[in-house]
Design a protein around this ligand. Structure first.
Ligand SMILES: NC(=O)c1ccc[n+]([C@@H]2O[C@H](COP(=O)([O-])OP(=O)(O)OC[C@H]3O[C@@H](n4cnc5c(N)ncnc54)[C@H](O)[C@@H]3O)[C@@H](O)[C@H]2O)c1
Length: 293
């Protein structure tokens, strides 16, 4: 069974623009009881919440910087107090630094991307995951990864590629750890028309400050990217069916297959010298059982 959002509160981080805004609007279209549009940019979040309310839905904008651990905790507590435990949380906020080869990327930019895309996602998943795990109601955590989560490398966006790859690992662990009534999904969009190309407009002062990027990249994303609305519809279709991985673009399949076949080949080579039957998860579970005895 997939995510059930009808009549339930839905939270979207980074909900003020692009994919997050489209997820918030789609949640309202699909009957969410309330949509909390959280974003570091309160004005942008307000415009999305206003548009949901204008269409007869219930929504509110909340300022939240996902890199602030106390901030995501406050957000989760406030939403639970005012609207109840969410049926769906979209850990969507993310940024990308200006395009540059990895060797030339400033470490402050790597830190910024890792802080927002990984730490911010962990903060969001922890704050809401704890609430959901402690509740008996069904809940769902959907993280916005990308095609880079499943094997498409993005030359000139090394830190971004690594951060999105990390989200696959995070979600994999989370789905093994959480109780059955809390679902986990990773939506993996490819190029989507949004303001991601100009994320540095919001880069904090201590990590380089605000700067505008090449508008040519924005024009390319606008022209070549899938619409955020289509991405959101595919994400919700996948959620309704309870899928863990929710790709929205087809072409990454070739990269994912290549990665899988490279791995199989690497292990086939190793099998010539080592075929030990050893499964870390099984062995570790036995170890924990022994400790408990
Ligand atoms: N656009 C693409 O091609 C694409 C493809 C795959 C995945 N994604 C992912 O989709 C997600 C949304 O990006 P988008 O393309 O809609 O970009 P966007 O820039 O249009 O929207 C991102 C939103 O996140 C907010 N945000 C940034 N830092 C934040 C923080 N610290 N705390 C809270 N909110 C913050 C921004 O204010 C903005 O409203 C990101 O995780 C991105 O990595 C984008």
């Amino acid at each position: 069974m997939g995510a059930q959002i009808e009549g339930r509160p839905v939270v979207v981080t980074g909900g003020g623009s692009g994919i997050g805004a489209a997820l918030a609007l789609e949640a309202a279209n699909r009957g969410a009881g309330h949509v909390a549009v959280a974003d570091v940019d309160l004005e942008a979040a307000g415009a999305v919440a206003d548009s949901i309310v204008a269409n007869g839905g219930s929504a509110a904008a909340l300022r939240c910087d996902v890199t602030d651990t106390a901030g995501t905790e406050e957000l989760a507590q406030a939403i639970a107090a005012d609207h109840g435990v969410p049926g769906l949380v979209c850990a969507n906020a993310g940024v990308m630094s200006a395009l540059a080869p990895l060797l030339d990327t400033a470490s402050s930019d790597v830190e910024w991307v890792v802080r927002v895309n990984i730490l911010g996602t962990v903060n969001t998943l922890q704050s809401f995951g704890r609430l959901m795990a402690a509740s008996s109601e069904q809940g769902w955590l959907m993280t916005t990864g990308s095609e880079h989560s499943v094997g498409v490398p993005h030359p000139n966006a090394g830190a971004y590629t690594a951060s999105k790859h990390a989200l696959l690992g995070l979600c994999d662990v989370l789905r093994a750890e959480l109780p059955d009534h809390v679902g986990v999904s990773l939506v993996c969009p490819g190029l989507t028309s949004s303001l991601l190309w100009n994320s540095t407009r919001q880069r904090p002062d201590h990590l380089g400050g605000s700067a505008d990027n090449d508008p040519g990249v924005g024009a390319f994303m606008e022209q070549m990217g899938m619409s955020a609305e289509t991405v959101a519809q595919r994400a919700f279709d996948g959620l309704a069916e309870g899928h863990f991985l929710i790709p929205t673009h087809y072409h990454p399949r070739a990269y994912a297959e290549q990665r899988a076949s490279d791995m199989a080949e690497a292990y086939d080579r190793l099998s010539k010298i080592d075929t030990a039957d050893y499964d870390l998860n099984r062995t570790f579970a036995q170890f924990l059982e022994q400790l408990a005895d």
